[in-house]
Design a protein around this ligand. Structure first.
Ligand SMILES: [Zn+2]
Length: 327
């Protein structure tokens, strides 16, 4: 048993830069080259730093868990660090690191598709190395979780593409009914689940095409765009989508079937009434007949519970399996 103190001492001995380099050389030998080949949106006559320096700074910032771009500039601007980054990128002449304003300016102009290409290349390499194979569901399917997250919220309109939500509230002073609009940006993420790690494999922004759209963009609409890209990128990958109750609907079931994917969705009882009714009816029938074929007891340390399932419930010509777990 290693005590916390001993662990801290051991960690001091670890050369993290070396470990990171080792990982890169093992899995992503061509990463520096890919960072260099990014289509540079800047005016070529004003360039001091190559794209791989700018992008590697951001990768290192995140790898070092630095929270802000300012912190990055402060922490990295040391002789030793500049030399290390230069060596890493095979650019021994590197004398300075770019200021975060330079990096932010570059990132704001960069076409996101350029980074998307690099991510896909990296994920495909990981699949090829087969290092995550033991995490496949039933030894076959890759679990990919789909979930939406808010990234920014504003009090005022931020751009043409903002999502809007109107709140009603009562003014405390005058007692008047008032409304307030907030402006938001959301992203829908597809994340590969491998053990206790998740790797983002595709992202789709949930945003309006313009300010005057009749119906706003939403998570489900973004889902179809996201999954179309996922299928296009990983054509033959056996996928099992994992998502919340919002996705338990006919079109999503059909989409999964068409893509040859499996799915594991949370199911709220009011999502599709006919499925709930049929599940309950079949479950009750089994109980009355004293059959316990589709029940498994859970006994795991302090946890006690029961899983009940009914297979192949018909829903508009599709067969769905429902299971319920009580703990
Ligand atoms: Zn906006």
């Amino acid at each position: 048993m290693v005590t916390r103190k001993e662990k801290r001492e051991m960690e001091k001995e670890v050369n993290y830069l070396f470990e990171l380099l080792k990982t890169q050389n093992h899995f992503f030998k061509n990463l520096n080259k890919l960072l260099k080949e990014v289509d540079d949106p800047r005016h070529q006559s004003y360039i001091t730093y190559d794209t791989e320096v700018l992008l590697m700074m951001v990768i290192l910032k995140n790898a070092c868990n630095l929270k802000s771009m300012r912190e990055m500039t402060n922490e990295f601007n040391k002789e030793e660090c500049i030399k290390n980054v230069g060596k890493w990128l095979g650019n021994e002449d590197l004398e300075e690191l770019p200021h975060y304003d330079t990096i932010n300016d570059f990132l704001s102009r960069l076409n996101p598709a350029e980074l998307e290409r690099i991510r896909i290349d990296m994920i495909k390499k990981l699949f090829k190395k087969r290092c995550f194979d033991s995490h496949r569901i039933n030894g076959e399917y890759w679990g990919i979780a789909i979930d939406g997250t808010g990234i920014f919220t504003f009090d005022k309109k931020h751009c043409e593409h903002c999502l809007r939500r109107v709140y009603k509230y009562t003014d405390k002073e005058t007692g008047e009914e008032k409304t307030k609009t907030i402006y938001m940006h959301h992203v829908l993420e597809a994340k590969l689940i491998v053990g206790n790690m998740v790797l983002s494999v595709a992202s789709e922004f949930i945003e309006n095409e313009s300010e005057d759209v009749k119906k706003q963009d939403c998570e489900l609409k973004a889902f179809y765009r996201l999954t179309a890209r996922l299928k296009d990128t990983f054509k033959k990958l056996p996928i099992c989508l994992i998502a919340d109750s919002l996705y338990a609907c006919e079109n999503v079931f059909k989409q999964c079937k068409a893509n040859n994917w499996n799915y594991l969705f949370r199911f709220k009882e009011d999502r599709i009434k006919s499925i709930t009714d049929e599940f309950q009816a079949l479950k009750n029938m089994e109980e009355e007949e004293g059959k316990k074929a589709n029940v498994v007891k859970i006994r795991e340390s302090e946890q006690r519970g029961e899983i009940t399932w009914v297979n192949d419930i018909d829903y508009r010509g599709l067969g769905v399996n429902v299971f319920e777990c009580e703990v």
